[in-house]
Design a protein around this ligand. Structure first.
Ligand SMILES: NC(=O)c1ccc[n+]([C@@H]2O[C@H](COP(=O)([O-])OP(=O)(O)OC[C@H]3O[C@@H](n4cnc5c(N)ncnc54)[C@H](OP(=O)(O)O)[C@@H]3O)[C@@H](O)[C@H]2O)c1
Length: 262
């Protein structure tokens, strides 16, 4: 399917790994010119080179921390007038005991998961509105909608982000600027490999066994974790021409782990 965004310019913050990388790939396959930020240079440059070689699109690495003003300035200097903004970050730490969460952890989670995407939207959304076209997608978490103690740093900050994007989305929809979020469940990424690999080592099991046990315990209907590309494809759809009448939505992609009729 042609998503109708060939030649558009996109910033993908947090795009060297996981779902961010899958998004870069999905957009580059559509002929979008992508500007990709991450903090670690080696993985970032390698990801951009691989995706450019596979797709033939321009994919530019920007080594920057998008949660800092300097990082945001560097990213926007490389791409001052994006048509598309996609944002994510490394998952905030899991918190098995909500009482043990420190103020420092809260402030870090708020900075990276809430204030950074807000600051970015403030920088780019007016320009999108003036040009009469724009798409913003935040890769957040299913825990924003379905709270859980272990994901409270990620869920609470993203629930606030979902509220903010809904409010701003209403202001700019008349200019064909659409702002949506995707809410992933459990997906095989470097973060998940680390977390579940560590668990397996501690218990003398394997990564696959831990994933199977978690899938059962959390009643994931698909009985497995998703791949990152399962998310990237839907992000690209939200960035597409087809998303011209959809805003303020939060799409859960979790293999059927959560259930509500609407
Ligand atoms: N994986 C899951 O199962 C899962 C489940 C629910 C929700 N999520 C959410 O989905 C999002 C993506 O998760 P993931 O598993 O795909 O993560 P990941 O594999 O760890 O990738 C995160 C990406 O963001 C970059 N990044 C992190 N902090 C950054 C910063 N301050 N500035 C620029 N780039 C930054 C990382 O590169 P550098 O580290 O080099 O900067 C990397 O490219 C997260 O927000 C997470 O909360 C994930």
């Amino acid at each position: 399917m042609d998503l109708g965004i060939r030649g558009r310019k996109a910033i993908v913050n947090g795009g060297s790994a996981g779902m961010g990388r899958s998004t870069v790939l999905a957009l580059a396959r559509e002929g979008v010119e992508v500007f990709v930020s991450a903090r670690g240079e080696e993985r970032l440059v390698a990801a951009c080179r691989e995706i450019a070689a596979e797709t033939g699109s321009h994919v530019t690495p920007i080594c920057a921390d998008h949660s800092t003003p300097e990082g945001r300035a560097a990213i926007l200097a490389a791409c001052p007038a994006p048509d598309i903004l996609v944002g994510t970050c490394a998952p905030p730490p899991m918190t098995p005991d909500y009482r043990a969460i420190t103020e420092k952890q809260w402030r870090e989670a708020i900075d990276i998961s809430l204030l950074s995407p807000i600051a970015f939207m403030r920088e780019v959304v007016d320009g999108m509105a003036q040009r009469g076209w724009g798409r913003v997608v935040n890769i957040a978490t299913v825990a924003a909608k379905y709270p859980g103690e272990i994901r409270v740093l990620s869920g609470a900050t993203r629930a606030a982000l979902a509220n903010y994007t809904g409010a701003v989305g209403k202001v700019v929809a008349k200019h064909n600027v659409m702002i949506n979020n995707v809410l992933p469940g459990m997906h095989h990424s470097a973060f998940v490999a680390d977390q579940f690999g560590e668990r397996a080592r501690a218990k003398g099991t394997t990564y696959e066994q831990e994933v199977a046990e978690f899938s059962k315990e959390w009643r994931i209907a698909a009985e497995r974790f998703g791949d990152c590309d399962d998310v990237g494809a839907f992000v690209a759809m939200f960035c597409s021409e087809f998303a011209n009448y959809m805003t303020g939505q939060n799409l859960v992609i979790d293999g059927g782990a959560t259930n509500s009729t609407f």
